[in-house]
Write a protein that binds this ligand. Structure first.
Ligand code: AKG
Ligand code: FE2
Length: 322
């Protein structure tokens, strides 16, 4: 299968706006962000740092026997994926994101962009998406707004391609300018509240051919989805969440107590907190599903790693980092 052939009509999507020329112009960056709900930059992340992260993925894929480690294309060799760790758990366990964001040139870029120290939310997905034979008309993996499942953390999604992600490989598609309205998620359909298929007008969809060094920042409420991989290679990307350290950052640390009415946490940065829990607190498991209030105490326990977002005395979100 060639990645040069048009993969699907679906991909007659508009190109993302590129914002490199706006860097260092705070007002212009803010205006583009407000208008589009994203900022896309080409070739701004240190190539060495991106290559090192890609190397971590490739070593893991090689260990799993599904690629040749030195293949710049990450071609899938067709070996069974029966035991494939679809959420790349080995990288999750090793916290593979930390060395990347600690690289001075990477950190400097985000500081320049935010005009603030970057505060990283360790909600990270390491995606090594294999090709699929399935052809479903929408080609969307899962249309969603991160904000719906992360109430009270004003983060930006930071989506980083680690390989060339063209039409065939798919990558990420987003709905431009749809971050300002009410949530598109159907609140009458617990526990995942899916967005109805027709909620996004066709003309709003945008994507690009992504390359190592590029980065896409999305507003927390920008509707988006991964696109199924119709190529013959793995699609490699990492997504992590980011905000300015001077913003209203959540507490990331260890749970010390949890009931259906309150949560206590001790943060890695030394902050502690006790917050009320109510039916609107989005307490979620790793699958994103909302846990009913009465089941909350059974789902997590003292000692678990946790992110707690809050407004005043009230917790808005309790979730495992991953
Ligand atoms: O990369 C994908 O497939 C989806 C990414 C995503 O949902 C995110 O970055 O929030
Ligand atoms: Fe997302």
């Amino acid at each position: 299968m060639s990645t040069a052939a048009p993969a699907s009509n679906q991909l007659r999507m508009r190109e993302l706006n590129v914002s490199n020329h706006l860097l260092d112009d705070r007002a212009a960056l803010d205006a583009a962000w407000e208008r589009d709900g994203y900022l896309f930059f080409r070739d701004v992340l240190d190539q060495g740092a991106v290559a090192r992260l890609r190397g971590v993925y490739m070593s893991e894929l090689d260990r799993l026997g599904v690629v040749n480690k030195d293949d710049p294309q990450a071609l899938y060799n067709g070996k069974s994926l029966d035991n494939f760790p679809f959420r790349m758990e080995p990288l999750v366990e090793r916290d593979s994101w930390r060395p990347v964001v600690s690289e001075p040139r990477i950190s400097e870029f985000f500081q320049r962009l935010l005009d603030d120290q970057p505060f990283w939310i360790p909600t990270v997905e390491y995606r090594a998406t294999p090709p699929t034979q399935e052809r479903n008309p929408s080609r969307m993996d899962y249309l969603h707004q991160d904000g719906f499942y992360n109430v009270g953390i004003p983060f930006r999604i930071c989506w980083i391609p680690l390989s060339v992600i063209d039409d065939a490989v798919g990558g990420l598609a987003l709905a431009e300018g749809l971050h300002t309205g009410p949530y598109l998620h159907d609140v009458s359909k617990p526990p995942l509240f899916p967005i109805p298929n027709d909620a996004v007008p066709d003309g709003a969809w945008c994507r690009a051919t992504y390359r190592p060094g590029d980065v896409l920042l999305m507003h927390i409420n920008t509707p988006h989805s991964g696109l199924a991989n119709y190529s013959d290679r793995f699609r490699l990307s990492m997504d992590i969440r980011l905000m300015g350290a001077s913003g209203h950052t959540p507490i990331i640390g260890t749970l010390t107590a949890l009931s259906s009415s309150s949560v206590s946490v001790i943060g890695d940065d030394g902050r502690t907190g006790k917050f009320t829990v109510d039916a609107d607190t989005y307490c979620r498991g790793i699958d994103g599903k909302k846990v009913p209030l009465e089941e909350i105490p059974q789902r997590m326990k003292a000692g678990d790693r946790v992110i707690v977002a809050f407004v005043g005395e009230r917790s808005t979100l309790i979730r495992p980092p991953h």
